[in-house]
Design a protein around this ligand. Structure first.
Ligand code: ZN
Length: 432
């Protein structure tokens, strides 16, 4: 099923929205991101508080609220939507799944803020957006865990390992709600622990589908385009961010992979880092900004759903095309950016799980860097100094070229650098 192409008016809405996000004065000059953040409480609401506020939203003509069913402990599992019910335009649907880990309240807080703000629709901008966008949210996907402050549900099951099996009522209800809504994109909102030994868990990240010939081209283009746009907007608002990419063969027990790789819906796992003095407001801001960018994309681009089964896409651009190892200057900057990359072996307890240390210097127009390994884009980040985990145990023995490319505004390639990592037959790795 191919959806109608975006109209010129939708393109104008995109421009208006982006300008507002950029805090540029326009006729519709509300800074929607600041307005949304202004609704963030100092501490997260309780489950009962959220339930009461969702019930109150049911009285708003832009909203509908339903109970999907009851949890094992008898709590209602809510789904809510906000839209312009009188719109005659094609409305893209953005589906938010929040707080499936009950001890990660920023997701529920962000989802509730988005629902309430767009329900109130205080300016022309929100009302204009709702003509083209329907926001559907399960603000608390794990009500029993949320009420008790625990990661798993009341049976102790980690719901984010249950999506392909769907052994729990919560995952069954949410999957039914997603299938009914037929979303154009899905946001899966989480928080990272304050302290973790995992290299990938040291900063905010988004994880989504990478570019693969085994997947529909449009799907990969949507997820990679949204990723780079999220990275740019995060940089604008001072959030550092890494993006990690998934590929066919990855474990579908996780929510974002089940819906993304499995059901072929552009899906974004958003992990807000805790600790280091980060406030609830900062974590909620990261989740809201990711969601706004994704919503902005789907209401301005139709993402054609693939025929079933998906056909290989030989025309998909390869992220592994050779790049010049010498830095190149591009764009308005007269300074030549320099990309430096080195592979560091992991700690003694896990020597094969090394990391890439990347530095980009003298790049005023720098927006993000991509890391490609073994012909696949594995990571993208918006920080000038970044590290990424590189699990060489996932690579076959032999030499693997790692290409790091820095991009500037407008996705202009600024500079690129290759290194070769050699994986031995014993699984050990070293840089060459
Ligand atoms: Zn989580």
């Amino acid at each position: 099923m191919v959806k109608p192409a975006a109209t010129l008016l939708k393109s104008l809405v995109l421009g208006i929205t982006l300008l507002v996000l950029a805090q540029v004065s326009t006729p519709l000059s509300a800074d929607i991101f600041s307005d949304l953040l202004g609704r963030c409480p100092a501490s997260p609401p309780t489950y009962n508080h959220i339930a009461a506020r969702l019930q109150a939203l049911a009285n708003n003509p832009r909203c509908s609220v339903a109970v999907l069913g009851k949890t094992p402990q008898g709590r209602p599992l809510y789904v809510a939507q906000v839209t312009d019910p009188a719109s005659t335009q094609r409305q893209a649907t953005l589906f938010i799944i929040a707080s499936q880990h009950g001890n990660e309240p920023a997701g529920a807080t962000a989802a509730l803020i988005l629902l309430e703000h767009f329900a109130a629709a205080p300016t022309t901008l929100e009302r204009e957006i709702l003509k083209y966008l329907r926001i559907v949210a399960v603000p608390v996907a794990n009500p029993d865990g949320f009420a008790s402050g625990r990661r798993g549900n009341s049976r102790g099951v980690d719901l984010n390992r249950d999506w392909s099996a769907r052994s729990q009522p919560e995952t069954q209800m949410v999957v039914a709600a997603v299938r009914a809504a037929q979303p154009d994109a899905i946001m899966d909102l989480h928080e990272l622990p304050a302290h973790s030994g995992k290299p990938a868990y040291q900063d905010n990240f988004v994880e989504t589908i990478g570019m693969s010939r085994a997947l529909p081209t449009e799907l990969c283009h949507a997820t990679t385009a949204v990723s780079s746009t999220i990275a740019s907007w995060m940089k604008t608002y001072g959030y550092s961010l890494n993006v990690y990419f998934d590929y066919p063969g990855d474990n579908l027990a996780l929510c974002h992979r089940y819906f993304g790789l499995g059901l072929k819906v552009p899906t974004f796992l958003c992990e807000a880092k805790r600790g280091g003095g980060r406030t609830l407001r900062e974590r909620v801001g990261f989740l809201i900004l990711s969601t706004l960018v994704s919503g902005n994309y789907v209401m301005n681009h139709s993402v054609p759903l693939p025929p079933s089964p998906p056909t290989p896409s030989p025309s998909a651009p390869s992220p592994s095309q050779p790049s010049p190892p010498v830095a190149l200057a591009s764009g308005p900057s007269t300074e030549t950016p320099v990309v430096a990359v080195e592979y560091e072996r992991g700690q003694s307890d896990d020597p094969d799980r090394g990391q890439l240390r990347v530095r980009v210097t003298s790049a005023p127009s720098f927006e993000y860097v991509t890391v490609c390994v073994g012909g696949q884009m594995r990571a993208l980040g918006n920080s000038l100094n970044s590290t990424w985990p590189l699990d060489v145990t996932s690579l076959p023995a032999g030499r693997h070229r790692v290409t790091v490319t820095a991009f500037g505004r407008g996705d202009v390639e600024l500079a690129s650098r290759d290194i070769t990592v050699e994986v031995g037959s014993d699984g050990g790795a070293r840089a060459r």
